[in-house]
Design a protein around this ligand. Structure first.
Ligand code: OAD
Length: 223
């Protein structure tokens, strides 16, 4: 059975109605990314950051997986598939994929500021003063700029074994996620779906289409 590893980014959820990060003048839902997605931003204004992720968490309830998420989930029936996603939404889960690594955390989880290993499911708003059992303020379980990426080792392990490595909807601007490409086997087939130019070399097959259109072209390469 072929091992397929798929690295996804914001572009795969764009057609579900979730904004990407770098397509709108460097702003994410009208905020500077560093204001709402960095440890410095959290330390400077935790209320703003909590409010920001409360809105993102609520938005998840109004969006649905698209045909690209479902396409990847369907691959599970004939292949050994691992999704490595930079997205904090739960659209791969709701699309039906079974093996998912969230590199940058998950919107529907929170944790104490004192403990980065224990997370709690959370689908509602959190506010300053909402404490975990250890007495620490609850914060979103998101890997912000300036923080370690604890799932990176697991992602590298998967990538090293991939026969086919597929990249969908990521600008490959953010490290260490973008460095996964460097861990592919020399004979692995590498395919990328993104409508825009990317920092990739000629060995990568670039399907210059949106995620929902581009996944249909994958069939010929996966056979
Ligand atoms: P970006 O916003 O940097 O890149 C989105 C990519 O999706 C771009 O390459 C677009 O060309 C592409 N795209 C747009 N619409 C698309 C569509 N319909 N189908 C396919 N591709 C499309 O998002 P990421 O690369 O995911 O981290 O960003 C990486 C990380 O930066 C995020 O996980 C986030 C952010 O800061 C954190 O919040 C920690």
């Amino acid at each position: 059975m072929k091992k397929i590893v798929v690295l996804t980014g914001a572009g795969i959820s764009a057609e579900s109605g979730i904004s990407t990060f770098r397509d709108a003048n460097g702003l994410w839902e009208n905020h500077d990314i560093m204001e709402v997605a960095s440890i410095e931003g959290w330390n400077a204004n935790p209320q703003l950051v909590l409010d920001f992720y409360n809105v993102r968490r609520a938005q998840l309830k109004s969006v649905k997986p698209n045909s690209a998420h479902y396409f990847l989930a369907n691959l599970d029936s004939n292949h050994d598939v691992t999704i490595i996603t930079q997205n904090v939404d739960d659209l791969h889960e709701r699309g039906g994929s079974s093996k998912i690594i969230h590199l940058h955390g998950e919107l529907n989880k929170v944790r104490s500021v004192r403990n980065d290993e224990v997370t709690f499911d959370c689908t509602e708003n959190i506010f300053l003063g909402d404490l975990a059992k250890d007495g620490g303020q609850l914060r979103p379980h998101i890997v912000w700029f300036g923080e370690m990426v604890p799932m990176m080792d697991a992602a590298i392990e998967e990538t090293l074994q991939a026969d086919i490595f597929i990249i969908i909807g990521t600008s490959l601007q953010v490290y260490p996620a973008a460095s996964l490409l460097d861990y592919t086997k020399t004979d692995a087939k590498v395919i990328c779906i993104d409508p825009n130019e990317l920092p990739i070399n000629n060995n990568v097959i670039h399907i210059k289409k949106s995620a929902t259109e581009g996944v249909n072209d994958l069939v010929q390469y996966i056979k």
